[in-house]
Ligand binder design. Sequence first.
Ligand code: SAM
Length: 181
Amino acid sequence: MQNLIKRVKYKGWFIFDLPYFIRENKFKKGIELGAKAGRSMFFMLRANKNLQLTGIDLWEMIEGGAYKNSNKNEVKCKHKLRKFNNRVTLIKGDAKQIADNIPDEEFDFIYYDLQCKLMTGVHQEMISKWVPKIKKNGVLIGRDFRDFRTAFYNLGYNDEDFKKCMIGKRASDRLEYLVIK
Ligand SMILES: C[S@@+](CC[C@H](N)C(=O)[O-])C[C@H]1O[C@@H](n2cnc3c(N)ncnc32)[C@H](O)[C@@H]1O
């Protein structure tokens, strides 16, 4: 039973942990890089009635088992988020290029969820382009930062900079964040 609960919490980071963390921090304006079919955006928006959220994705066929239907994800995402229309902006394209058109210090948080084969070797540049878009004392949140720590080290961050998202007294198994100074 304990194992089952642990597994649900690990798998359910987008249902419980991310929406909770956004709510606890009273974030009002955020962006998700890697919106896919709108799953994590849906739960953030549902739990945070005053949240304005932008989502970016390529929405094209890419390599990897989880992306067999990637070309359908744009339609799926729009459909999933339809009832939050007045609080959602969706942008299709390469997040690296889109960053050039976003003003600095625009968001309270970025939820960074771009990890896939296509992004191999690209995270460092992507992160360096997006960090300035976060307000001072805002946060960069991710669930896979362990997979590309080197990109962060090369940008001057170290292990102590990474904090676990706290869900009440529980540390999220997946989600970490960096505070932007
Ligand atoms: C791990 S999935 C996102 C999962 C999603 N956040 C969820 O909760 O279901 C990664 C997504 O990043 C997108 N992606 C990868 N490289 C990208 C890039 N350079 N610009 C925009 N989107 C990108 C992919 O199309 C894919 O949908």
